[in-house]
Write a protein that binds this ligand. Structure first.
Ligand SMILES: Nc1ncnc2c1ncn2[C@@H]1O[C@H](COP(=O)(O)OP(=O)(O)OP(=O)(O)O)[C@@H](O)[C@H]1O
Ligand SMILES: [Mg+2]
Length: 237
């Protein structure tokens, strides 16, 4: 399989606190890889470091032959890696359409951007219906869709999703996970950070378990779903 992303011995400090203690993991082209863990485990820190919103203090991040620890965020988006942030972070005072267009800021070809927009409207009919609505007035689930749509506007090869199901009703959670699966089927690789471990493991190929800044377990997602210690700690069983 094609290695898309290879992270080795990554460490990050916030002041004297070490948030990532030398973690290593990889993502192959076409996979859905889940990163699960409790509050404060370092999941968001991991994604922010991949996107270079936070600088690494040690280790390496290799993506398609590029060393991302030396690459500015906008360049990373251009290279095909985009993050859907925790808590959506849509531009509340802008319309749905304006938010989507912002997602294409690294692209130049207007016709191609328009084509992507049409695809996104097909995937998220709610967004098309609400294209002139201010993003801040969307429901939580709709904002999550918008955040995903905005990320897809960059035409990514890999999408980093930070807790897409957070705060959503079960119906919306199912809808969002279905969309993640569909996006993956269309060829986009997914690194999925979730506290909803059950859902994440049910759609992932492989998974890593992060505990206080260290990867304590990794493996086939279906096997982890049946792992007794994972069941107890993360699946509420
Ligand atoms: N800007 C910061 N300054 C100092 N400490 C931070 C900062 N951001 C995160 N931390 C700390 O780093 C650790 C990891 O935080 P992180 O946000 O990566 O966790 P998380 O796994 O995403 O948690 P959650 O599930 O609650 O989103 C936590 O102990 C947190 O308090
Ligand atoms: Mg987080």
């Amino acid at each position: 399989m094609d290695r898309l992303l290879e992270v080795k011995d990554l460490s990050v400090y916030y002041g004297v606190i070490q948030a990532l203690k030398g973690i290593s993991f990889h993502v192959d082209k076409g996979e859905v890889v889940a990163l699960i863990g409790a509050n404060g485990a370092g999941k968001t820190t991991t994604l922010h470091t991949l996107s270079q919103l936070i600088g690494a203090d040690g280790g390496s991040i290799e993506y398609k032959g590029h060393n991302l620890t030396k690459t500015p965020n906008h360049k990373i988006v251009e290279l095909g890696m985009v993050q859907v942030p925790e808590g959506r972070r849509v531009f509340a005072e802008m319309t749905v359409l304006q938010n989507l267009k912002m997602g294409a800021y690294t692209r130049k070809d207007k016709a191609e951007i328009e084509e992507t927009l049409e695809k996104i409207y097909k995937r998220f009919p709610r967004l098309e219906e609400r294209k002139n609505q201010l993003a801040g007035t969307l429901s939580g689930g709709e904002q999550q869709m918008l955040a995903m749509g905005r990320a897809l506007m960059s035409h990514p090869e890999i999408i980093l999703m930070d807790e897409p199901s957070m705060g959503l009703s079960p119906i919306f959670v199912n809808e969002i996970f279905k969309i993640i699966e569909d996006v993956n089927k269309d060829g986009v690789t997914v690194l999925l950070v979730e506290q909803n471990a059950k859902k994440a493991l049910s759609i992932a190929n492989r998974a890593y378990v992060l505990e206080t800044g260290a990867i304590v377990k990794e493996g086939d997602a279906k096997e982890l779903l049946n792992d007794e210690s994972i069941k107890k700690a993360y699946l509420g069983e």
